[in-house]
Design a protein around this ligand. Structure first.
Ligand code: ACK
Length: 221
């Protein structure tokens, strides 16, 4: 596996089974359709775009396999990537299958993504500093969140936005959800409870988590 190669991958993560990717994508696109029709959302659509007709499905773009990043290595340039790759648990689990539990969908003017609830076993592959490293260091209060709070699947980014933003948006959303200030905009949908977190941020906690099969692996640049 990549863990034994001299060169480290761009990142390690859980890669959703190609067949199940379609399930996740169509769930998300159905949700975007539902969201667009909500009166509460329409009142705030100016936070996404000044255009009159906002089409959420065209607003977000995504390329490449759907995955949940565990360790961003940047080919070895990122702090702690060599140490991560050399861990027994990383080597042992490389190319092994696991089930990912997707428990929420998040939409912001920058990103569209899911929260991933990692199991204790999956958390063994979560790196030290996984929630707080890199640009996450500048999210105020990030250290108070439970380990694994940054775990996500990026489903789309707005024009000019990098995928790394999804994890940052998720951390921010979780901090807002954890705060005392309960959102006054809450809509009960068939899929779960949708809350508005301000500044164009919407969070849908799923009634039933979506469980998808994934492979722990690495992806090169
Ligand atoms: O959606 P993601 O988790 O966000 O998947 C991609 C993947 O690595 C390949 O680019 C994530 N990523 C990029 N830069 C970073 C970073 N500095 N820290 C953590 N994850 C990152 C990106």
């Amino acid at each position: 596996g990549a863990a034994d190669d001299d060169r480290l991958p761009l990142f390690f993560g859980f890669f959703i089974n190609p067949f199940e990717q379609e399930k996740v994508k169509s769930f998300a696109s159905n949700f975007l359709k539902t969201l667009s029709t909500q009166e509460a959302f329409r009142e705030h659509s100016g936070e996404f775009s000044s255009e009159k007709e906002l089409n959420l499905e065209q607003y977000f773009h995504h390329e490449g396999p759907l995955h949940c990043t565990t360790k961003f290595c940047d080919g070895g340039k990122a702090d702690g990537s060599g140490k991560y790759a050399l861990q027994e648990v990383v080597k042992e689990r490389y190319n092994s299958e696991t089930k990912l539990s997707l428990t929420a969908l998040m939409v912001t003017p920058r990103t569209l993504g899911t929260r991933v609830a990692l199991t204790p076993e999956q958390l063994e592959l979560w790196p030290e500093g996984g929630d707080t490293d890199g640009p996450a260091a500048s999210v105020p209060g990030v250290g108070t969140l439970p380990v694994g709070s940054r775990a996500h699947v990026t489903l789309g980014c707005a024009m000019g936005v990098e995928a790394v933003q999804t994890g940052l948006d998720l951390l921010e959303a979780e901090l807002l959800l954890k705060g005392d200030q309960t959102s006054d905009v809450r809509v009960e949908l068939e899929q779960g409870a949708l809350v508005y977190l301000g500044e164009g941020r919407w969070f849908l906690t799923l009634k039933e988590p979506m469980v998808v099969s994934a492979i722990f692996s690495g992806q090169s640049a």
